[in-house]
Design a protein around this ligand. Structure first.
Ligand code: CA
Length: 224
C-alpha cells in the first residue's frame, strides 16, 4: 500500500538523510533526497505525497521553505526540529506543518508519524498511474494533475466510475446511486452528465476518451 507513496527528504546532514532513506525504503516508500531549502523549492512541486523538512538548513531555512510551500499547497509536511527553541517556533506557527519530530528520533517513530499523516490526508489515489486523483475531503477530482470542474452530479457519477473501472453501469444504476432529488431525474439526464464529464476531461486532454459508452447497456470508465 505504501508502494506508490513518494517522500521528499529535505535535510542537509548526510547521516540523517541516509537514516531516513533506509527507514522509508525498507517500509516500502519511494524517496528523493535534497540537501537545501533552495533545492526543496525547486523540487517539491513534482509529485510527492509528503515532505520531510528539516528546520535547520543552510540558506533558506525550513520555516521559510514551509511558508513558501503553504502559499501554494497543502501537501503533507513533517518537520524535523533540532532544538527546543525550534519546537517553540513550530508550535507558534499554529502548526502549518502536519506534524513535527525532534532530533534525535527513532526511524520507527518517523515511519509511524508518516503513516498517520498519510492516513489522515484527504487525498487518495484511485488509480495507480495517478491519471485520476480523488480528493475526497475537498470533493475534487484531478485529472492529469488538473482539477475537473464538475457539477455535483457529474462529480458523483465520476466517483462511481472511478471506484470500479471497467464496469458498465446502466442509466438506472447511475441514477439510483447518484441522483438525490427525483425532480432532476428527467429523461436523458444521465446522458447529459456523461457528455459533460467527457467534455471536462477533453479540455485537459483532447486525445483521451476514457468514458466508455456501450450502446443499449450504459456507461463506465475504461480500464487503463
Ligand atoms: Ca540540519
Amino acid at each position: 500500500m505504501n508502494l506508490s507513496k513518494k517522500i521528499l527528504i529535505v535535510e542537509d546532514e548526510p547521516g540523517i538523510q541516509e537514516t531516513l532513506r533506509i527507514a522509508l525504503e525498507s517500509s516500502g516508500f519511494l524517496t528523493q533526497q535534497v540537501y537545501s531549502g533552495e533545492d526543496c523549492l525547486k523540487t517539491w512541486e513534482e509529485s510527492f505525497d509528503l515532505i520531510i523538512l528539516d528546520i535547520g538548513l543552510p540558506g533558506i531555512d525550513g520555516f521559510d521553505v514551509l511558508k513558501s510551500i503553504r502559499k501554494k499547497s497543502q501537501i503533507p509536511i513533517l518537520l524535523l526540529t533540532a532544538r527546543d527553541n525550534e519546537v517553540d517556533r513550530v508550535l507558534g506557527l499554529e502548526l502549518e506543518a502536519d506534524d513535527y519530530v525532534s532530533k534525535p528520533f527513532s526511524p520507527r517513530e518517523i515511519i509511524a508519524r508518516i503513516k498517520t499523516i498519510l492516513r489522515r490526508s484527504a487525498t487518495s489515489i484511485t488509480q495507480e498511474d495517478k491519471l485520476f486523483v480523488h480528493d475526497e475531503g475537498k470533493k475534487i477530482i484531478y485529472f492529469s494533475g488538473k482539477s475537473l470542474a464538475l457539477s455535483p452530479y457529474e462529480y458523483k457519477t465520476l466517483v462511481l466510475f472511478l471506484k470500479r473501472p471497467g464496469i458498465i453501469f446502466t442509466r438506472e444504476e447511475i441514477m439510483d446511486s447518484v441522483w438525490t432529488s427525483p425532480e432532476d431525474s428527467f429523461d436523458r439526464a444521465v446522458d447529459t452528465v456523461i457528455k459533460n464529464i467527457r467534455a471536462r476531461i477533453k479540455e485537459i486532454n483532447p486525445d483521451l476518451d476514457l468514458i466508455e459508452t456501450r450502446r443499449g447497456q450504459g456507461y463506465g470508465l475504461k480500464e487503463i
